[in-house]
Ligand binder design. Sequence first.
Ligand code: UDP
Length: 424
Amino acid sequence: MFSPIKKHIALISVHGDPAIEIGKEEAGGQNVYVRQVGEALAQKGWLVDMFTRKANSQQNTIVQHSPNCRTIRLTAGPEEFVPRDEIFAYLPEFVNKFLQFQQENQINYPIVHTNYWLSAWVGMQLKKTLDIKQVHTYHSLGFIKYKSVNTIPMIATTRLSTEKAVLETAERIVATSPQEKEHMRSLVSQKGKIDIIPCGTDVSHFGSISRVAAREKLGITPETKVILYVGRFDRRKGIETLVRAVGQCQSRKNQQLKLIIGGGFRPGQSDGKEYDRIASIVDELGLNDITLFPGRLNREILPTYYTAADVTVVPSHYEPFGLVTIESMACGTPVIGSDVGGLQFTIKPGETGLLCPPKDDAAFAAAIDRFLTHPEWRNKLGINARERVEEIFSWDGVASQLTNLYLDLLKQPSAKQQLSSVSA
Ligand code: UDP
């Protein structure tokens, strides 16, 4: 479709490479969000460049995804994996490389849309020298994260002050749920302009296979009840709660059960250690026979797993949005989630799924039993879930809302223009 926009836009995602395989160490929702938003914006006629840090010397510097959408990897610090809490030191180099790229390619980006606090810092530095506007999506709030961890990293102070500064100075903040906006207001600052634009999902990809075909493909009999988790192996994802809930649910005694825990992990890394911990709890509870760890699930196979499941469980301690929830819902599989953050927005309790207090094994067990023993009710919620995603959470709809936001900002004078009109 012809579109008249043809304006450059830079999406910055320093630690979440949009071109990388999802489901690996530290790669998750942010990578998916940036990639899908980028591709959907390009469909609407924007010329999209997505900037990230090169984390492997074997990677291509530029990856062209579609005619108007590419990932550009800037070398800032070692060309190897660096945990996100250690990336800050390399950000000045990232800023310089971005400026160099702009100059060499003769591109001016009127808007930079930054993702996560590291990129927020980059955006704020760019604003000091360039006549640009900044839009920011948090993906995670330090004020919430540090409440739930035992050791607070050295970088915490810098992160918290950056998160406050960007809220107060960016031309616009994108909150992905009303709950996230409320947290920004109550925990970070009363100042700043916030729009709510949710995350999206590919409604034609998720929902593309029938339940019968999905189960056949995975070799799961129609009688088996399947409980699914998809996501990173990270303690804050609450996989332990799910495993303990399955250990005590009634259905374990009288139903044929399968617990599938999907997600990649690498031995010796933080996700590998979490996998070991979870596997030992599975063992301790005698669940080895019914538990399956299929490893990282690629995008092609994901709809098959979601569709084959009776219920997906998202037991996170906190979740700013939670893409897995809407992917499962798009496949017609209701979700049991923790009663936190974005899950309170995506899941309508009793209509598209159920919410349970975080870390409450008994509540999750009861919710799982309810789904497994009421298949007709489960199917009804699955249909509602699909409808809710079609209505509110498609990437195309998200890109339309972002397009309106960007076009609105482009009409407004920038901070630099406002300053020069005051001093004239
Ligand atoms: N994911 C995947 N394969 C896996 C595990 C996860 O493709 O094996 C994807 C999942 O489909 C979702 C994303 O990783 O799109 C996780 O996003 P979410 O917002 O649920 O969690 P986050 O990783 O941001 O905490």
